[in-house]
Design a protein around this ligand. Structure first.
Ligand SMILES: Cc1cc2nc3c(=O)[nH]c(=O)nc-3n(C[C@H](O)[C@H](O)[C@H](O)COP(=O)(O)OP(=O)(O)OC[C@H]3O[C@@H](n4cnc5c(N)ncnc54)[C@H](O)[C@@H]3O)c2cc1C
Length: 370
């Protein structure tokens, strides 16, 4: 008899866990079912920047997780044979107008590079050199280029992972489910019993675990971005991501596709309405860098819900009160970077058991789940 595993939530955590459960040794002894309704999913609305190394966050556990997450993603992209439309190491540029800030950031990058070889090359660029790499800019600023930085299309990424897992041991059910008090799944087909369940429900984790008598310190945040198609952009696929000081991020995806984002709207919570105000604000930010951009270039806006914890740190692991259940949430604004590693760690512990020590990556779960 195969072990029955369920995953609730098909964002980057759930899809990565499903992928690793299909690829790791022992996966052929599992039958995996993933439930997801996709409503408000952060992953498919995300901007797609992978570049944790120049972050000034002091939280060392978060930095370790994000740094190792970027490496995990690199390896996964190679192993899963992802196309460069899905994941591409184009490099990232962080700009600063103040000379001292720029120098400090360059020193930080040089220091971090010693422990993070996957950062690749680090270069200090003048405004003209930045413009050379991103010819579309009409108002360039000096910056730091990190060659290991990447951009990822979150929606295409999870779709590819799920397709590969479906060839091995995964069934995907597009529906919203709930739990009963013991952790069985209440689905449209009735009560479903599984040996283990991964709860990868993003910002909705709090609702999901309520029937277990538990609560999670997770709050929702609305995020919106815009997608433009600019046919006369140079057709090169390798333009780096731009993370400018004080403006929205600029993510050229090739084929003329340009993402500009994103907003961080705490009051918006679970609201999924695209607002004109946010669209205007994002377009204005884009025009700050390329004055030729107009509303005619706009093809769509995307909106999703991020999950935040009070200390802005993700959490993941096994519930002590219900040991057959594993949880993950709180990935905040960098979940595309940390999600694949979290998915891999959860898949590994589910396959091979044990109580791994993840204290280098996170605080104890009791910090976030009560
Ligand atoms: C606008 C925006 C821009 C972003 N940009 C970046 C970026 O550039 N770089 C980066 O690293 N990160 C970025 N992020 C953050 C990143 O997208 C998230 O942290 C990450 O995708 C969270 O993944 P997740 O799997 O935890 O949750 P989600 O992707 O939200 O997935 C959770 C899924 O669970 C489903 N679900 C919940 N409850 C149930 C239920 N009861 N039954 C069935 N299904 C359920 C939901 O519908 C959803 O599909 C951005 C986020 C947003 C919103």
């Amino acid at each position: 008899m195969k072990r029955k595993i369920a995953i609730i939530g098909g964002g980057i955590v759930g899809a990565s866990a499903a992928y690793y459960l299909s690829q790791l040794p022992g996966g052929d002894q599992l039958s995996v079912t993933l439930y997801d309704d996709g409503v408000g999913q952060a992953t498919k609305a995300a901007a797609g920047i992978i570049s944790p190394w120049l972050s000034k966050r002091r939280n060392q556990q978060w930095y370790q997780l994000a740094k190792d997450g970027a490496t995990t993603l690199m390896t996964l992209a190679r192993k899963a044979n992802l196309s460069t439309d899905i994941y591409h190491q184009t490099g990232t540029i962080v700009t600063r107008t103040n000379e001292k800030d720029l120098k400090d950031l360059y020193e930080l990058a040089q220091t971090r590079r010693h422990e993070a070889p996957d950062m690749g090359e680090v270069e200090l660029l003048t405004a003209q050199e930045v413009q050379k790499r991103l010819p579309l800019l009409t108002n360039p600023q000096p910056g730091i280029f990190v060659s290991g930085g990447a951009r990822i299309d979150g929606e295409a990424f999870i779709s590819e992972l799920l397709t590969q897992a479906q060839r091995v041991n995964l069934t995907v059910k597009q529906e919203r489910v709930t739990l009963d008090a013991t952790g069985n799944i209440l689905a449209s087909a009735g009560t479903q019993r599984f040996d283990n369940v991964i709860l990868a429900a993003g910002a909705w984790l709090k609702d999901l675990i309520e029937p277990l008598g538990l609560t999670a310190d997770v709050r929702p945040q609305k995020g919106q971005l815009i997608e433009l198609i600019v046919p006369d952009y140079p057709t090169q696929e390798n333009m780096p991501v731009l993370m400018p000081e004080g403006e929205r991020d600029f993510i050229p995806f090739g084929h003329g596709k340009l993402i500009v984002g994103a907003t961080h709207d705490d009051e918006g919570q679970f609201d999924l309405n695209i607002t004109q105000e946010a669209t205007d604000d994002l377009l204005k930010s884009a025009q700050h860098f390329d004055q030729s951009l107009t509303r005619d270039h706009l093809v769509q806006s995307k909106v999703g819900t991020r999950a935040y914890t009070p200390d802005f740190s993700p959490f993941f692991g096994r519930l002590t009160s219900h040991p057959h259940l594993l949880v993950a949430s709180g990935l905040g604004a960098s979940g595309l970077t940390t999600g694949p590693l979290i998915g891999r760690l959860l898949a590994g512990t589910l396959l091979y058991g044990g109580t791994p020590d993840w204290s280098n990556y996170e605080k104890n779960l009791s910090h976030y789940i009560h």
